[in-house]
Design a protein around this ligand. Structure first.
Ligand code: PEP
Ligand code: MN
Length: 338
């Protein structure tokens, strides 16, 4: 339920409400607005009557949250969340986030080179995989710890946040030590233990939509993370499995406005994994931004034919630079900027 406090409710009144809810086993989540404070309370409603809370001093209204996801829901928080990911970069505000880099970290020299190139083109967040989820056990699985160190070096040199995937609960601590943003890949969107684990760490989480997940399942995955106390979740639409085989996945463009209606969390479009083909990446990136996404994640590689993973969908640096130019114009037309 949501407890809406009166304008200018006193601090003691707010804490009294929180204390009472905690006593009855609720997890409380206060949101301090300019005038009003709203308290999200998640727990077993049978433990306490809404009336009992309503009668407390400073309380204006008590309303139930109807959606199955609570902390992620717009019912609880109407204004969009703007997530600080470090190095002066925020996601969800006027400025768009551009995550770019190779699919996998392949080596130090290569990653540093790619990072400098994408930064010059206008990217503000570096991406790269150190732990790679591969369909085949014989494919390159990533440089793991070594890859994390390389990414950190690039991030430090260029003053940019780095985003990388974690696949196993046992690696969360290590990845959190190096990364500014921790990615949960599509294949792990419903790995509930992993979601809980990253929910306990103090880093923003980049939550990709599962290969065959509904928007509600995706928001429930966000709720798992948030229920552990981490409310810095960034959603990423990366295409879903459909019967269409001409692209790797099908980019669900309407998922962007739909999620924005349901949640306050920011959403990023990933045209690379959505299409699986560099030829379509630009069009889908533009569609994502035009539809209102808070940014894009794009795979960039200087030699797609020699890439260790996802070469066919990687943009060469000059194509990425051109795309950024086009995106700047679209961003300006819709009141955003890059
Ligand atoms: C990736 O970002 O390289 C990746 C593996 O993405 P996804 O989980 O969307 O397939
Ligand atoms: Mn990839």
């Amino acid at each position: 339920m949501i407890i809406i406090m009166h304008d200018n409710a006193k601090k003691e009144e707010i804490s009294a409400v929180e204390e009472k809810l905690t006593k009855f086993g609720f997890l409380t989540h206060p949101i301090y607005g300019e005038k009003k404070t709203v308290i999200g309370a998640i727990g077993d409603k049978r433990q306490i009557s809404m009336n009992e809370i309503l009668l407390m001093s400073g309380v204006e209204k008590v309303v139930p949250i109807m959606r199955p996801y609570k902390l992620a829901s717009k019912e609880l928080k109407q204004e969009k969340s703007v997530i600080d990911v470090g190095y002066g970069v925020t996601i969800g505000g006027k400025k768009l986030a551009v995550f770019a880099g190779p699919c996998a970290v392949e080596g130090r020299e290569h990653f540093l080179k790619m990072s400098r190139l994408v930064k010059d083109a206008g990217a503000n967040i570096l991406r790269g995989g150190a732990f790679k989820p591969r369909t085949s056990p014989y494919s390159f699985g990533g440089l793991e710890g070594e890859g994390l160190k390389i990414m950190r070096e690039a991030g430090d040199e260029l003053g940019m946040p780095i985003c990388t995937e974690v696949m196993d609960t046992r690696d969360v601590e290590l990845v959190a030590e190096y990364a500014d943003i921790i990615q949960i890949g599509a294949r792990n969107m419903q790995n509930f233990k992993l979601l809980r684990e990253v929910g306990k760490c103090n880093k923003p989480i980049f939550l990709k939509r599962g290969l065959a997940s509904t928007i509600e399942e995706w928001l429930m995955a966000a709720e798992y993370i948030m229920s552990e106390g981490n409310d810095r979740v960034i959603l990423c639409e990366r295409g879903i499995r459909t019967y269409e085989t001409s692209t790797r996945n099908t980019f669900d463009v309407s998922a962007i406005p739909v999620t924005q209606e349901l949640t306050h969390l920011p959403i990023i479009a990933d045209p690379s994994h959505a299409t699986g083909n560099y030829k379509y990446v630009g069009a889908v990136a533009k569609a994502g931004i035009a539809a209102g996404a808070d940014g894009i994640m794009v795979e960039v590689h200087d030699c797609p034919e020699c890439a260790a993973s996802d070469g066919p969908q990687s943009l060469k640096p000059d194509k990425f630079t051109e795309l950024m130019e086009e995106l700047r114009r679209i961003a300006a037309a819709i009141g955003r900027e890059i």
